[in-house]
Each structure stands twice: as structure tokens, then as C-alpha cells.
Design a binder for this molecule. Structure first.
Ligand SMILES: Cc1cc2nc3c(=O)[nH]c(=O)nc-3n(C[C@H](O)[C@H](O)[C@H](O)COP(=O)(O)OP(=O)(O)OC[C@H]3O[C@@H](n4cnc5c(N)ncnc54)[C@H](O)[C@@H]3O)c2cc1C
Length: 502
């Protein structure tokens, strides 16, 4: 086996012309180039790509990168839209694209888990389970073409009870920056039979070191999968007023803490409800305003809301259980919402692990094709009170920047991922960058940090990690120096650099 990197140039902004490099999996509008299609700046553009097929090839690539001092940026399928896709913090990295490593190593129906390589998409896993006729519902994020492993490494999530991917991951195989191969948890013992069953292993839990970091290249993970429930129902809860976000969120998170609701409810605001509705008149009305440098005024949204008797907020989630349990679960949810003016509907379309690409369409909704979006994703406490306060500040910022506030809030038992999805056109990039910087600043002022971010903001967020004079950042830098002294793996990922850099 002979592998050679296509470039031996050192990753440095001064020396890299950052050409367009092709060969990535096809993305939005059929684009196959690496980098971020949602940006016109070349600041984070890669210089080349390498696509190994096997673990041994990854080991070889890492050794060559060390020898020639070339920095790599790992992606699994490189579909990280809204967070930089396959662009690197440092301009000129070589993308280590693992999409050709696409084996589904095992799917265990009895215990409900799968072991997958980085190239396996949510579609692939779903289709394989269907092909085998197994009684499992794998996790489904909003769009199914991403990598199960890559999404998990960035702490992404889907919408079945095992949808919090970092919690469902069990067992990991990693190529370290020196090319050595490591297995975590029970996998640390050769031929152990509980690799994907028991997360802990013996001694410290190492898995967390490889999340959102640059300490290794993950080449396999075990993932727990939800067994197909006997019975389920998808519910929608709508509330009419903006301030009803507080009881809506508080009630949902309480029901989650009591294990009545097992998957993460998604909360949409009136803008998202209108935009994703299938009503042509509503779309025609929105289109009058959805142009560069403009947003849909809130009195127009209120008019649409009243006309269609929609809520200002709508939460979607499912209930899963046995045939005997389901009616009681529905009754429990109805009782919990009986004290607020909520409308509850049983939806016909379930959260059943069926993969789709449909939500991608929203990206082009701002009058021009080739639209873009960026996600701002703070973690907020789950009572609803804090979320509402944060939302009001973020909404004002968004209006002032002349964008629409698209709420994609995800409720968990003890926190909310308050995703604001900003849709923009490439002509508006400068304004969207400023908006994101302001959102980051405001969020930090209120005591919140993002769970995940675009490569562009990694340093800005890391700078907010300031407890005890930045002890956390000092620790990760020390680890980086020990594990990756040449700094070849994803430099700057999550603000982790070698000592003395940049
Ligand atoms: C309309 C829309 C809806 C979306 N909905 C969701 C959603 O519901 N849930 C969600 O989570 N996201 C969502 N996203 C964001 C994103 O598209 C997905 O998270 C997608 O799965 C990420 O791409 P990927 O899986 O190919 O990961 P990659 O792009 O391959 O990886 C993501 C990052 O993880 C790290 N990484 C990847 N592989 C490895 C590895 N082998 N070892 C170490 N580190 C690695 C790298 O830093 C990489 O940059 C959405 C985006 C859009 C546009």
C-alpha cells in the first residue's frame, strides 16, 4: 500500500493559495469541492484532501503528516452544514476525508446497537436495518446524509429516544496523532465481548477526549439504537402567545425529567411554522419580505398566525411505549398542558427513524438560489424563563441585523439547545458574521456557551472558557503538546492549539 499526501506545503496562511479542491461527497447544489459553500471568504479553505479506505491507511497518512509537517483536518462525510462543512480553522490543511471507510461492522438487534465506520450515513444504517428486517429504529437527525460517527463526534443529535448521540455512543476506536491504534472502554481488552454494551471500561473514561477535539481520529464507534416500540404517537403542542414559550418549555422539560417524553421535543416559532407550512398564500406573503437586507415584520407574522389559527410556538415530539402504556402517556401529557392555553394534536407522521433530506430546502428560501445558513446554538437551563430572556435579546439583535429569527429549540430534561438558524444569502455574509459575533457576546454576558460552533468562532468561544485563569484551555494545550507535538491533527479545533501557537 502506498499513500502519499498530495502536498507537502506547510499549513500557513502566507504560503497557501487555497485552490478549490474537488472529490468531496456531493453537497448542496451538486457541489463536490471541499470547504464551506456558505462562505465566499477563503480564510478557512483547505489545500488538498486524502481519502483512505482502511484504518491502516489512516495510520500511514498520520505518520506521513508528521514526517512532512502537514496538518490534517478530519471529516467523516464532511456534511457539517451551518458549522463550516469541510473547512478547517487553519487555512491550507489537508482534509482527511473518511467517507470511503463505510463498513457497518455489526448491527445487534437483540441488544440494540450498531458498530459503524466514519463513512456510514444515517441513510446507510437505516437502509441496512430495513434490508435485514431488524426491529430497530436508528436515530434520525433532520437530514440523513450526514455521518453517524462524524455527527456524534460534533455532539449532534437526532429525534428518537437514543437521539442524544454522545450519550448513546459506546465503545470507540481511535488512531492517535502518532499513528498508534487505541480502543476505549471495554474495547481496551482484546476480544472483549462488551465493547458496545458497557460504556465505562476499567479506569478513566477516555471517549470524551475525542469529542470536538484534535487528539485523535475516530475510526469506529458503537451506537445504542432504540428498539422499535410496540406503540407510539407523534404530538404537536401549540401555544398562542410569544411569552408562552416559558410554560411550554418548562412543562416539556419536566415531562422529560419524569421519563414521560423520551425524545427531544423541537420547538418552532411562528416564522419557522409559516416558512415550513405548505400553504401557498403564506409563502407568497413571506416572499414579499424574504430578500437580502430585509426580514418579515412581526405584525405580518401575527396576521398570518391569527388567520390560520396557528400558535406562536409549536413543539413536536413523540411518545413511545407498549400498547397498554400509550393511552396513559397521552393522557398524562394532556393533563400537564391543561393549565396553559395549549392545543394538542396527534400527528399522523411519526418520529420513526425514517431518514430524509427535506429540511435542506429552507436554505434557499431568501429569494435567491445558493442561499446559506449558520447555526447559533447556546445551551440554556430548561425552565423556559431563561430561554425566553435569551430569546428576546437574540430576536432584537436579529431584527436589527435585518434577518429573520428561525427557532429550532431542542428541549432535554436539564437543558435546552436554543438553536437560532440564520438564513442568509452570500451577499449578506458580512452582516451575518457581525450578528453571530454579537449573539456570542450577548450569550456569554447572560452566562451561556454554545454546544458546538462554526470553525470561524472556535477561538472566540474558547476565549470565554475562563474559570480559574483559563485552566481548561491550559490543560487541553498540555494534552495537545503531549499527544500531538507536531500539531498535525485539526489545529485550532475547538480552540485547542499547541503551546506557543498561534
Ligand atoms: C437543514 C439542516 C438541518 C440540520 N439538522 C441537524 C440535526 O437535526 N442534528 C444535527 O446534529 N445536525 C444537524 N445539522 C448540521 C449538520 O448537517 C449535521 O450535524 C451533519 O450530520 C454533520 O455532518 P457529518 O455528519 O458529515 O459530520 P462531519 O462533517 O464529517 O464531521 C463533523 C465534525 O466532527 C469532527 N469529526 C468528524 N469525523 C471525525 C473523526 N472520525 N474523528 C474525529 N473527529 C471527527 C470534525 O471536527 C468535523 O468537522 C443540520 C444542518 C442543516 C443544513
Amino acid at each position: 500500500m502506498a499513500i502519499s499526501l498530495r502536498t507537502s506545503r506547510v499549513c500557513s496562511e502566507k504560503t497557501f493559495p487555497a485552490p478549490l479542491v474537488d472529490g468531496a461527497l456531493e453537497g448542496t447544489q451538486g457541489r463536490k469541492s471541499y470547504g464551506d459553500p456558505f462562505s465566499t471568504s477563503g480564510t478557512h479553505a483547505p489545500s488538498g484532501a486524502v481519502r483512505p479506505r482502511a484504518v491502516e491507511e489512516v495510520q500511514e497518512v498520520v505518520k506521513l503528516a508528521n514526517k512532512h509537517k502537514v496538518c490534517l483536518w478530519t471529516v467523516s462525510r464532511g456534511k457539517n452544514l451551518g458549522y463550516g462543512r469541510s473547512s478547517s480553522v487553519v487555512k491550507g490543511c489537508v482534509i482527511l476525508d473518511l467517507h470511503r471507510m463505510n463498513k457497518i461492522v455489526e448491527v445487534n438487534e437483540e441488544y440494540g446497537y450498531a458498530i459503524v465506520e466514519p463513512g456510514v450515513s444515517f441513510f446507510d444504517l437505516y437502509e441496512e436495518i430495513q434490508r435485514r428486517g431488524q426491529n430497530l429504529w436508528p436515530s434520525v437527525p433532520a437530514i440523513g446524509w450526514g455521518s453517524v460517527l462524524g455527527n456524534t463526534m460534533d455532539r449532534g443529535f437526532g429525534y428518537t429516544p437514543n437521539g442524544e448521540h454522545s450519550q448513546s455512543q459506546c465503545g470507540m476506536e481511535v488512531v492517535l496523532p502518532n499513528g498508534e491504534l487505541l480502543r476505549t472502554g471495554m474495547g481496551a481488552m482484546k476480544d472483549n465481548k462488551t465493547f458496545s454494551l458497557y460504556k465505562g471500561g476499567f479506569g478513566p473514561t477516555l471517549d470524551g477526549l475525542f469529542y470536538q477535539s484534535n487528539f485523535g481520529i475516530v475510526t469506529k464507534i458503537g451506537m445504542h439504537i432504540t428498539p422499535a416500540p410496540e406503540a407510539y404517537a407523534t404530538l404537536e403542542v401549540s401555544v398562542p402567545k410569544e411569552a408562552d414559550l416559558i410554560p411550554l418549555t418548562g412543562t416539556l422539560s419536566d415531562l422529560m425529567r419524569r421519563s414521560i417524553i423520551l425524545n427531544s421535543p423541537s420547538i418552532a416559532n411562528i416564522f419557522r411554522i409559516a416558512l415550513t407550512s405548505k400553504v401557498p398564500e403564506v409563502h407568497a406573503k413571506l416572499a414579499q419580505y424574504m430578500e437580502p437586507n430585509s426580514y418579515v415584520p412581526y405584525d405580518v407574522l401575527e396576521e398570518i398566525r391569527a388567520e390560520h389559527n396557528w400558535g406562536f410556538w409549536k413543539a413536536y415530539f413523540s411518545l413511545y411505549g407498549s400498547v397498554e402504556m400509550l393511552p396513559a402517556l397521552i393522557q398524562t401529557v394532556q393533563r400537564a398542558f391543561s393549565t396553559i392555553p395549549a392545543e394538542i394534536k396527534e400527528e399522523e407522521i411519526p418520529y420513526s427513524g425514517i431518514q430524509t433530506l427535506a429540511p435542506l430546502g429552507i436554505v434557499d428560501s431568501r429569494s435567491e438560489k445558493g442561499g446559506a445558513h449558520v447555526d447559533f446554538s447556546p445551551i440554556v437551563p430548561p425552565s423556559g424563563r431563561e430561554l425566553y430572556q435569551w430569546y428576546l435579546t437574540a430576536k432584537q439583535r436579529t431584527i436589527a441585523a435585518k434577518f429573520d429569527f428561525f427557532a429550532d429549540f431542542h428541549v432535554y430534561p436539564r437543558y435546552v439547545v436554543g438553536i437560532e438558524l440564520v438564513i442568509y444569502t452570500l451577499r449578506e455574509e458580512a452582516r451575518v458574521l457581525e450578528l453571530c459575533r454579537n449573539l456570542l457576546h450577548d450569550g456569554a454576558e447572560q452566562g451561556y456557551m454554545e454546544y458546538r460552533t462554526h470553525v470561524r468562532y472556535m477561538d472566540q468561544i474558547a476565549a470565554k472558557v475562563d474559570f480559574n485563569d483559563g485552566a481548561f484551555n491550559k490543560f487541553t494545550r498540555r494534552l495537545k503538546d503531549v499527544l500531538d507535538p507536531n500539531g498535525v491533527l485539526s489545529p485550532g479545533k475547538s480552540g485547542i492549539w499547541n503551546e506557543g501557537v498561534p
